[in-house]
Design a protein around this ligand. Sequence first.
Ligand code: SF4
Ligand code: SF4
Ligand code: FES
Length: 260
Amino acid sequence: MVELRLPAGSKINPHGRVHKASGGGAVRTFRIYRFDPDSGESPRIDTFEVDTNAFGPMVLDALIHIKAKIDSSVTFRRSCREGICGSCAMNINGLNCLACTTAIGDLGAEVKIYPLPHMPVVKDLVPDLSNFYAQYASVEPWLKTRSPAPPDRERLQSKQDQEQIDRPAACILCACCSTACPSYWWNSDRYLGPAALLAAYRWIVDSRDEATGERLDQLNDPFKLYRCHTIMNCTDVCPKDLNPARAIAEIKKKLLERQH
Ligand code: SF4
Ligand code: SF4
Ligand code: FES
């Protein structure tokens, strides 16, 4: 019989710290995953009761308030506060999303905040995205050409050609999609995942790129591409309304067409 063991640090210590609200106001409860792998302690869930009148309407506002006023050791990434940089991606009430564009008012009485699932944790809400970025780099996300560039202007595209890449190029690499994908959870060492595949697709359909064949060759692999089973979690969670599942299906179609 197969013996399965939980990875180190996956058992939650049930005795998290509780920070009670000091006054009245519009009190909401935030339960936040806390884990420092260097401490040797198990992860725990800390409870913060806070008056939501004291800060802005988004979950990121609450996290910034909690860090500034209650516990400065709460660790998370953020930068733009506008849904552009992708750094505040986390799992909020069971869904991968951006903390800066998720309104507290749209969530239930309790807000449960975890790091993006199935990734190693650096600390608290900060996942280690090294593999995710390496996979992105592996699709060589830049324009590849062999023909000389026109001497007097850029390599131009028609409006229709630009529309092909317009949406895929809007990806902010937040990793919400890849970390919502069951195939990626179990095979992230070999399956590229929806974000990297969307990036690959963006260059495959770029009318200026002259390495389409090489790009398709590189993806024609049972794990890199074909671990996608069209479960669609990726498209459901994308905070930029992109459709990586469709891009993956289009890559598979191009590979199929190439055989005939
Ligand atoms: S459609 Fe493919 S990439 Fe998207 S969640 Fe499903 S298996 Fe993962
Ligand atoms: S496709 Fe969407 S969910 Fe995936 S990394 Fe890009 S922006 Fe994030
Ligand atoms: S802080 Fe940049 S996307 Fe949320």
